[in-house]
Design a protein around this ligand. Structure first.
Ligand code: MN
Length: 132
């Protein structure tokens, strides 16, 4: 699965390491961003197969980053999963209404993460320029 990159957007170094390690151990490659703007830039440059988007980020938040991804034809169709510690009632519905393809809550359950990644990962054929 050489070209199946997952963009992990996370400003907390410990959470980033946790997610990166489990994805690498499962055979995925990662791109990593610690701010929303960096995430939007990397997504446009590399066309990842999936984005895991933290919501609370130091510049624009994850919902605004999602809006920018959806507004750019290069990134509009990439599945984006929200990853957030926000646990208020209605949050999940709010995030799904904003256009996220799914929702993972923190602290991150690694088994749930892998289930969600497998569910939403479109595979290498969805990446421009690859055909495997
Ligand atoms: Mn955060």
């Amino acid at each position: 699965m050489g070209d199946e990159q997952i963009l992990v957007v996370e400003d907390n170094a410990r959470n980033m390491t946790l997610v990166r390690d489990v994805l690498h151990a499962t055979g995925y490659r990662t791109l990593e961003a610690s701010t929303g703007r960096q995430a939007v830039l990397l997504a446009a440059q590399h066309g990842p197969a999936l984005v895991l988007m933290d919501i609370r980020l130091p510049d624009i938040d994850g919902t605004e980053a999602l809006r920018l991804l959806r507004a750019d034809e290069r990134t509009a169709s990439i599945p984006v999963l929200a990853v957030t510690a926000e646990a208020m009632a209605g949050d999940r519905e709010r995030l799904l209404a904003a256009g996220f393809d799914g929702y993972l809550s923190k602290p991150i359950d690694l088994d749930a993460l892998l289930v969600a990644v497998r569910l939403h990962h479109p595979g290498a054929s969805a990446i421009p320029g690859t055909n495997s």
